[in-house]
Structures are given as structure tokens and as C-alpha cells.
Design a protein around this ligand. Structure first.
Ligand code: ZN
Length: 255
């Protein structure tokens, strides 16, 4: 049976039979891998504590016809700080669900998504604002998939928009098409009004600048409502494009 090694983060898992567990793992080189861990639920299993959701491991796999097998694994990061903070943990589970929804087996270029997920989970552990960290993760994730919300030109007719997010005002935004509309198109296509502060947060999220440098504590408190509006907007954007609706948003918004 051919074998291979890869880094991976466990997206979710479910029980199989008496004591086995099936893992859905997002790996660095092979994209989504579905693999069984034999005896994972036995008390004295060598996998105990290593194959939980969110755990990052270096795996040794054996390829199978329908399902690969985890022969061994070494834990690289358990993200223990995330597990001790309910708000951060909820955001982390949101990241995993989003990756799971867009993931495929044998993806080439999966290392971009893997690296983004790993770095974002690490940053989330010490973030002053998990919602902003989620916005940053989702924006970069959408960019990697070519689904980034469009601002510079009208998402319908490609005319240049008069976007000036530094000024006050609002812009017509179409969640279905995924971007802002020019004044001509906004009359004929369903849209909602997005204020410039909300757009600013979204534009900042795509840049690789730490949250602490973009916002001080006071401005973060003032922006809470707008930050939630951006998350709502990204939720609609993802739901149109994902295989299934992203359920973890309900929990994020309930906290
Ligand atoms: Zn237009």
C-alpha cells in the first residue's frame, strides 16, 4: 500500500464502528484528505488527544481505495489558547467550516490555503478582536479562490465606480454579484446600502497589516457595529458561493 506524509489541520471528524474515527483533514500538499484512524476512541490509543478537531499534525498516511488510513501522526500545534476561549474557539470553528466547504481532494496549490489557515488560527489565539481576524481570514480566503468582493469597478457593467471610502456616504452593494454597483446599475439590480466605514474595514482586511496598527482600542469599540456589518456582508457573499450554508456564523453572531 503506497504511503505519504503531509502536514494537515483537522477540519472535523466523525465516529466509525466501535472505536474508529474518520477525519477530514486539510493538508498542505494534497488539499482535502479523508482518512480513518483505527482505534482512535480506545482509552489507550496512541492517537489520544492528537486527532481532535483543530489539531495540526504531521501525518503518515497509507493510501486506500476509498479512504486513506492514518498510520501515525505527530502533533505540531494543538492551538491550546483557542480551546480555552469560547469566542476565539467559535471563530476558529468558523474558519474550519469555511475551508471545509470549498475544499477538494487533490487540489494543487493547497499550500496557500493551508498556510493562510495555519497563520490565521495562530493570530486568532492572541487577537484583540476575533471578528476582525475573521474578516481578515475570509477576505484573504476569498481572494485565493478568486471570489473577492469587487469595489474598483461596477460588479455588473465594469464601469469605474466613484468609490471614496475615506469620505462619508454609502454605496449600493449586490451580495449576489459580490460587489458595489454604479449609479446606473443600482436602479435595475437588487442591492443594499453599505456605508463607507463598513467598506473601509473590508478594504483594510485585505491588507497585511496587524489589527493593532490599524485601530486603537477606542476606535475598535466605536467600530463594533460596522465590524458586525462586514461579517454579515461576508456571510451573504460566502453563502452564495459555498457548497452549503456556513452554519457557524449563527454561533458567532449569538456571542
Ligand atoms: Zn454598472
Amino acid at each position: 500500500m503506497p504511503t505519504y506524509n503531509d502536514y494537515g489541520i483537522i477540519l472535523n471528524s466523525y465516529d466509525l464502528g466501535e472505536s474508529d474515527r474518520i477525519l477530514n483533514i486539510y493538508t498542505k500538499e494534497n488539499g482535502l484528505v479523508r482518512a480513518v484512524v483505527k482505534g482512535a476512541r480506545k482509552t489507550l490509543s496512541k492517537f489520544s488527544g492528537k486527532v481532535d478537531q483543530l489539531s495540526c499534525c504531521y501525518f503518515h498516511f497509507a493510501s486506500g481505495k476509498n479512504l486513506d488510513t492514518v498510520c501515525d501522526c505527530e502533533q505540531v500545534n494543538s492551538f491550546s489558547l483557542l480551546r480555552s476561549n469560547l469566542i476565539c474557539l467559535t471563530s476558529a470553528v468558523l474558519f474550519l467550516e469555511i475551508v471545509s466547504n470549498f475544499a477538494h481532494e487533490d487540489e494543487h496549490d493547497s499550500h496557500h490555503i493551508y498556510d493562510l489557515l495555519y497563520v490565521s488560527l495562530n493570530r486568532l489565539q492572541i487577537s484583540p478582536n476575533p471578528d476582525l481576524e475573521s474578516i481578515s481570514f475570509i477576505s484573504k480566503f476569498l481572494s485565493l479562490h478568486g471570489y473577492k468582493p469587487q469595489f474598483e469597478t461596477c460588479v455588473s457593467c465594469a464601469a469605474k465606480t466613484d468609490l471614496k471610502p475615506a469620505l462619508s456616504g454609502s454605496y449600493p452593494y449586490s451580495s449576489i454579484l459580490g460587489g458595489i454597483l454604479c449609479s446606473n446599475c443600482s436602479g435595475t439590480i437588487n442591492s443594499k446600502s453599505v456605508n463607507s466605514q463598513t467598506l473601509n474595514i473590508l478594504l483594510n482586511a485585505g491588507r497585511d497589516i496587524p489589527i493593532e496598527q490599524l485601530y486603537n482600542k477606542q476606535s475598535l469599540n466605536n467600530q463594533n457595529k460596522n465590524i458586525r456589518s462586514v461579517l454579515e456582508l461576508l456571510r451573504e457573499h460566502l453563502d452564495v458561493r459555498a457548497k452549503n450554508k456556513i452554519k457557524s456564523f449563527d454561533l458567532v453572531f449569538s456571542l
